[in-house]
Design a binder for this molecule. Structure first.
Ligand SMILES: [Zn+2]
Length: 423
């Protein structure tokens, strides 16, 4: 049924464009859209998705975290369900497509299957996920981890929203959730009953635009190692009085460390290993620094990522060795501080292959691509659910009002999604 399915999805172009217009209208801000986690815009987006699902005759449900579920019943209701999901919140004054595209894609695929008269073997369930953007509560994957029972203990009370200081529990209750039930009952989703979690999402980088592909089949979600509070400790000294041979210059040593990390990235590129590295914070001590003082302290952060857990492990050992070598040579000491780890999100190879085959059979141009950013999919993959992601070409990145996903590209991705839902 591949060509028929592709044609049926293509016939949903106006439907999809209309849904995105309505979504924009219900959450429009001075610039772009604002759908605060457990706030007004997100609430409106959930209500709109439920309204559209009702028009499609889907079963509608909500869990204690106020995630929205929209289900097309399958022939065998006891068979493991195929889920499509993504988040409906946005950053302040963000774009209309980040997150929401995944939910709209699920509803669009279901509408195409309905028009074909195709009843899937298993239930297809679209999940509108709450609170993925960590800018609001400082915690990631709140909706998906609540549904899976993996939200960290205490987060309901300790996580507070950045703009008003009120607790996650309070916000959740206000949006129709039931935090007490969430605390006291088994997870709403039984991970062993989920056959697949599929998440289409706009690409947040420029790769698909540069390479000229409308769709990316995600090969993995990068895990990371983070040193939020690293220091290079040298010795403060007079810039004129201290001869070069005795200097313990923290700025020179720390910048050499930055260059060494960049050289590691060169090596990774040369060997074809997936890697990215960022020193996002870098500062001398504002209390003591001066133009004429050799700096004795540089504070910096380090974030490095890879889809390959072995590579992360290798770098975890390599980074302190690099720091120690520079430290010994420059007479300074690197104190890298506490490190946090996030495991890479593994994509299910069977599902990835299904997408690749569907792309070939449906004449959709798709390329393999790793995901540099984090997504709800990582929470599902981490819970052991077979997971796969599609990226949709999108100009100007995301988390800004200028996201520019084109509907024909969205339709191409939805063709592959529909194939994944019926495979
Ligand atoms: Zn997103």
């Amino acid at each position: 049924m591949t060509p028929e399915l592709a044609a049926a999805v293509a016939a949903q172009t106006d439907f999809a464009a209309d849904v995105f217009d309505r979504l924009h209208a219900c959450s429009v801000d001075v610039r772009g859209v604002t759908r605060a986690s457990y706030g007004e815009g997100e609430q409106a987006a959930h209500a709109l998705m439920a309204e559209i699902a009702r028009e499609l005759g889907l079963e509608i449900d909500q869990d204690p975290a106020a995630n929205t579920y929209m289900t097309q019943p399958g022939q065998d209701r006891s068979a493991p369900v195929r889920m499509v999901g993504s988040h409906l919140d946005s950053v302040p004054q963000g774009g209309n497509f980040d997150g929401a595209a995944g939910v709209v894609s699920g509803l669009t695929a279901i509408r195409a299957l309905q028009q074909l008269g195709h009843q899937p073997k298993h239930d297809i369930r679209v999940m509108g996920v709450r609170a993925e953007e960590s800018c609001w509560f400082g915690t990631s994957y709140i909706g998906s981890r609540s549904a899976l029972g993996t939200l960290p203990d205490g987060a309901l009370d300790t996580a507070t929203r950045a703009d008003n200081g009120r607790s996650l529990a309070e916000h959740m209750a206000e949006c129709g959730g039931d935090p007490d039930k969430l605390r006291d009952t088994a997870p709403y989703l039984d991970r062993t009953r989920i056959g697949a979690f599929l998440e289409p999402h706009i690409e947040q980088g420029p790769v698909l635009v540069e390479e000229g592909f409308p769709v990316g089949v995600v090969t993995g979600i990068r895990g990371n190692r983070r040193f939020p509070n690293a220091h290079c400790i040298g010795e403060y000294a007079h810039c004129g009085g201290a001869p070069r041979r005795v200097r313990q210059d923290a700025v020179v040593a720390a910048t050499e460390f930055v260059q060494a990390m960049d050289a590691e990235w060169d090596k990774a590129e040369a060997s074809g290993d997936d890697f990215a590295c960022t020193i996002g914070m870098f500062q001398t001590d504002i209390e003591r620094h001066a133009m004429t003082v050799i700096s004795g302290n540089v504070k910096f952060s380090l974030d490095f990522r890879s889809v390959d857990p072995a590579y992360l492990l290798k770098m975890e050992a390599r980074v302190p060795a690099i720091a120690a070598e520079i430290g010994a040579r420059r007479g300074v000491k690197f104190e890298l501080g506490a490190m946090t780890r996030a495991a890479p999100g593994f994509m299910d190879q069977g599902l990835v292959e299904t997408y690749r085959k569907a792309a070939a059979g449906m004449n959709v141009r798709a390329m393999d691509i790793p995901s540099g950013a984090s997504h709800d999919s990582a929470a599902f993959a981490d819970a052991g659910v077979p997971t796969a992601m599609l990226f949709i070409r999108n100009e100007h990145g995301s988390h800004n009002p200028d996201e520019a996903m084109e509907i024909p590209d969205f339709i191409d991705a939805t063709k592959l999604l529909a194939a994944g839902l019926t495979a």
